[in-house]
Design a protein around this ligand. Sequence first.
Ligand code: ZN
Length: 161
Amino acid sequence: MKILKALFTVTLAGLASQAMAQAGSESGSTQACSATIEADDAYHFIPLHIDIPDTCKDFTVTLKHVGRLPKAAMGHNWVLTRKADMEPVAKDGILAGATNNYVMPNDQRVIAHTEVIGGGETTSIKFSVALLKPNESYVFFCSFGGHSPLMRGTVALRKTN
Ligand code: ZN
C-alpha cells in the first residue's frame, strides 16, 4: 500500500512538472515558481533568501520543520511582509497568539503566511506575485512568540528578462 501510494505521488509530481514545463515554455520562462524553506529546532531558516521571478503568476512556499520539538514549544510559520512592516506585524502576532497562528486576523500588512507547524510537519502557502513591487524590500520571518529576531530572511522580486 505504501509503495502504491509512493508511485501515485511520483506520477502526480511528474504530471505537475510536465504541466509547469508547458506553462513555462508558453510564457518564455523556465523559472521555478516555488521554494522550499527548512526550519529547525535551533531557530534557523534555510535558505535565508528567496528570489521570486516576475514571470510567475503565483508563487508557492513550502515550509518544512525538520526539527523534532512539538508545535507548542518550537512552532514555526512563514510570514511575508514589507521590511518596514515586520516589527509591528511580529508584535501584533504575539498578541494574536497560538490560536491565530501568531498572525493578527485580517492584517493587511501580511502579504502571505503559513500556519504554525511543529517538528516533522510540512505546510505550504501560495500567493499572487502581483502583490509584490519591484523596488520594495520584503522579508520573511517566523512570528511565533520571540522567534522573529532570530528567524528572518529576505525576499526579492527578480526581473527575469
Ligand atoms: Zn519559529
